[in-house]
Design a protein around this ligand. Structure first.
Ligand SMILES: [Cu+2]
Length: 245
């Protein structure tokens, strides 16, 4: 629905978008109605020659209704927002579908670094691939991430996935995403974390299974991972992991 303005590249992006639309529609309806009524009353009861000002206490029944009826309606609208909001929250933040891959994300002033499993598919083994500023993932695979901060509070955000999660020093926070569209998307820090906060950008590269497998082979250490000895030629957009070798 918002594809014209912002790409949706994860399985839960649309449920967040629908929630935003619901909130905007309900809040927008009450905003416009309240402003129309306000200005209509201001114009209707403006100062007029010979009309005395009426003292209104708000205690009369017919005046009280101007408060109680909108009040009840706004509370009903709150319920209409809260119920789907809890469902979306539960599906994204509480329930975690089983992971096909797990990656580790480190936030620090002022860069993102990542640890991904190498060709063996397991973290914390010798063929792990470490990158700075670039996360490579496979399309249509469910990823768990373990998010850590090395210094202050940061926030790991991938707007195209509608993913945002604070990173807190001393804690490992887990979450998940499932990219469903091949492409390169921004990673941002969305928590003021110091002078270089605005420069703390990265990107996530969602690639096909074949491209990801080729990237793994190019970046894993062949002597450690028992991989084909001859790595593919280094492409133009050399990653940090590639540059390290
Ligand atoms: Cu920041």
């Amino acid at each position: 629905m918002y594809e014209r303005y912002i790409t949706a590249a994860s399985t839960y992006a649309h449920s967040i978008d629908h929630l935003f639309l619901l909130i905007a529609a309900l809040v927008g309806f009450w905003l416009i109605l309240a402003e129309v009524v306000l200005f209509a009353l201001v114009i209707k009861y403006r100062e007029k020659e010979g009309r005395p000002t009426r003292h209104i206490t708000g205690e009369e029944k017919e005046l009280h209704r101007w408060i109680t009826i909108p009040h009840v309606l706004v509370i009903l609208c709150d319920i209409v927002i809260v119920v789907p909001a809890i469902l979306v929250w539960y599906n994204i933040k509480q329930a975690q579908p089983p992971a096909e891959q797990t990656v580790r994300v480190y936030a620090q002033q002022w860069a993102w670094s990542f640890q991904e499993p190498g060709p063996d598919g397991k973290l914390d083994t010798e063929d792990d691939i470490r990158t700075v500023g670039e996360l490579h993932v496979t399309v249509n695979a469910t990823y768990h991430f373990e998010l850590m901060s090395r210094d202050v509070v940061h926030s790991f955000a991938i707007p195209s996935f509608r993913l945002k999660q604070d990173a807190l020093p001393g804690r490992t926070i887990t979450g998940w995403f499932r990219p469903n569209r091949v492409g390169t998307y921004d990673i941002q820090c969305t928590q003021m974390c110091g002078l270089g906060h605005a420069l703390m950008a990265g990107r996530v590269i969602v690639e096909t299974q074949q491209d990801h497998a080729a990237w793994l082979i190019r970046n894993a250490n062949p002597s450690l991972a028992s991989l084909p000895a001859a790595p593919a030629p280094v492409p133009e957009n050399t990653t940090m992991a590639e540059a390290r070798r």
